[in-house]
Design a protein around this ligand. Structure first.
Ligand code: SF4
Length: 211
């Protein structure tokens, strides 16, 4: 398998961007978004897309959503930014429709094929919304986590770029100590950090890891 440095690819791509290009950024939670938005905020006009039908139960979805909004409100206030947060209606059917096509999806640990389907569903809906609403790029925070496969995320994103017709921001946000930065910024902004990835299976699975 070819080892592509997606972080370097992103840096080369965006180095001359001045902050006016519209990016729809899929965000899985406030803590992960801190490090990613810190890296991108001067290169893009960022809109947060909190699309996470995988999260169980609904109260947890709402808790993470509220932390996401809290972080963006604080950033907008202290840095005089105008980052928006879009929250599509919580509907777990799209998640279960996607992952139930995977064999043994209920018993697989985090990081296996169920997660590929979960990444794909979240990125697909982000790409469709970006295309329909005039964004130049779509991307995701997911690669900041050491428990998420950056090669899968970039493979899916680049395929959707071709299929849907909106550019995907290749990335590997865990590089350059991205995960450590997300931990530090979560403390700074006093954000709740969950101890399981999100779905009912990761909640049940003792092997699940913190996002
Ligand atoms: S463990 Fe995380 S990435 Fe995998 S299916 Fe569950 S919510 Fe999605």
């Amino acid at each position: 398998m070819i080892n592509i440095n997606y972080n370097l690819e992103m840096e080369n791509l965006i180095k001359d961007f001045k902050g006016d290009k519209k990016l729809l950024l899929h965000c899985c939670c406030g803590p992960c978004s801190t490090a990613v938005i810190t890296r991108l905020k001067n290169f893009f006009n960022v809109t947060v897309y909190y699309y996470n039908p995988c999260i169980h139960p609904q109260e947890e979805f709402e808790k993470r959503r509220d932390e996401q909004i809290k972080f963006i409100n604080e950033l907008n206030k202290t840095e005089k930014r105008h980052i928006k947060v879009i929250v599509p209606t919580y509907n777990t059917k799209t998640y279960f429709d996607a992952v139930s096509k995977v064999e043994n999806y209920e018993t697989l640990p985090e990081g296996k094929e169920r997660c590929y389907a979960c990444y794909e569903e979240r990125l697909k809906q982000t790409a469709i919304f970006a295309k329909e609403n005039g964004y130049e790029f779509f991307g995701t925070t997911l690669s900041v986590s050491p428990y998420k496969h950056s090669n899968w995320l970039n493979e899916i994103g680049l395929r959707l770029e071709k299929e849907i017709g909106v550019k995907f921001l290749v990335a590997d946000f865990k590089k350059k100590d991205g995960y450590k930065l997300s931990q530090e910024l979560s403390k700074k902004y006093n954000l709740y950090r969950q101890n399981y990835c999100g779905c009912v299976y990761s909640l049940k699975n003792s092997n699940c890891k913190n996002e």
